[in-house]
Design a protein around this ligand. Structure first.
Ligand code: ATP
Ligand code: MG
Length: 312
């Protein structure tokens, strides 16, 4: 069991609305509505907790609607190091059609002041050395610059911490400059951050080699139902997930990241690490939520994952 800190700078209250085909501009009736405390780092924490790890969660949380988050943290036994900020944490509405298509409506979230940013940096500085890894996942809230993120990541690096980063856009660009231990972009996010179309396996391998020269040890590129490519020293592997019925892809990327961190911190062999992580991600898409509720199903999914050595 490892001790892991996850940072969620821009958490969200997810409201998942299940419905038939969405009629734009019409009155739609939903089959069910589910609300839960979320945000990428918090999602990753939940999957890691399911895998038996000890979690601390931090980031910025709006004081006006923090109750569902506090309830979740208490239920999951997470140590809560979130810095409270005035206002409400944003709400993200997910319209989940029966076809599996998801339409996201993401709220703006609170503006995070320089004082709150200093408070989080100080808190992380104080507690981080006790962790086996730090996962930094999701977007940045208003007021927080990519440069601030880069400074924080550089500091974690200096402290010798394994940092797994999953973000996009300018935050990913800045984060890459801090050479985290692991990154998990999807293909579009990586292409966007590197300003290059990265379509072929050869192009991915080349981009990964370049990132690894810059000090990023594990480059994990996810590509939805096409699976995952993982480049590291002595590792160039592809995992193809089993065919599953998609209920919702919410949490798929977070599940994959959690699975990768789990395998690496547990000292599992690369092939096993990638197989399990891909199965956990496949399991996420079969549910409206995510997480490991059925270990037997996870085993079945694992045996359906096809792992092979990548040759450019
Ligand atoms: N339809 C699917 N069937 C099986 N596995 C899937 C499917 N979609 C996604 N996955 C698994 O989940 C992983 C992550 O998905 P994806 O590449 O879409 O991540 P992402 O774009 O970061 O998503 P998000 O951040 O929205 O969770 C994939 O690498 C794959 O292993
Ligand atoms: Mg993602």
């Amino acid at each position: 069991m490892a001790k892991i800190l996850t940072l969620t700078m821009n958490p969200a209250l997810d409201l998942t609305v299940q419905l038939g085909p969405l009629q734009i501009g019409q009155v739609n009736r939903s089959d069910a509505m589910l609300s839960h405390a979320a945000g990428k780092g918090i999602n990753v924490a939940q999957v890691l907790a399911d895998l038996g790890h000890e979690l601390t969660v931090a980031g910025f949380l709006g004081v006006d609607n923090q109750q569902p988050f506090e309830t979740l943290f208490a239920k999951r036994g997470f140590v809560d190091e979130f810095v409270r900020v005035p206002g409400e944490t944003r709400s993200n509405i997910k319209l989940a059609e029966s076809s599996g298509r998801i339409t996201d409506l993401n709220g703006p979230g609170p503006e995070v002041s320089p004082q709150a940013q200093q408070a989080l940096a100080a808190r992380v500085e104080q507690i981080a050395s006790g962790f086996d890894a730090v996962v930094v996942a999701g977007s940045l809230p208003r007021g927080v610059t990519p440069q601030w993120l880069k400074t924080l990541l550089l500091r974690l690096n200096e402290m010798g911490l394994k940092v797994a980063l999953d973000t996009s856009g300018e935050a990913l660009r800045a984060g890459l400059e801090a050479s985290p231990w692991m990154i998990k972009p999807n293909t579009e996010e990586l292409a966007d951050a590197l300003d290059a179309p990265i379509i072929s396996i050869a192009a991915q391998a080349e981009a990964a080699a370049d990132l690894r020269r810059r000090g990023i040890e594990h480059v994990v590129i996810s590509q939805g139902s096409e699976g995952v490519h993982w480049f590291s020293s002595n590792v160039a592997l592809q995992a193809l997930p089993p065919k599953v019925t998609v209920a919702s892809t919410v949490g798929a990327g977070d599940s994959l990241l959690a699975g990768m961190v789990h395998g690496l911190l547990s000292g599992h062999k690369p092939e096993q690490t990638l197989r399990t992580a891909t199965a956990i991600a496949a399991m996420a898409v079969t549910q409206i939520g995510f997480g490991i509720n059925d270990p037997a199903q996870l085993k079945r999914l694992e045996s359906g994952v096809n792992v092979r050595v990548l040759t450019a």
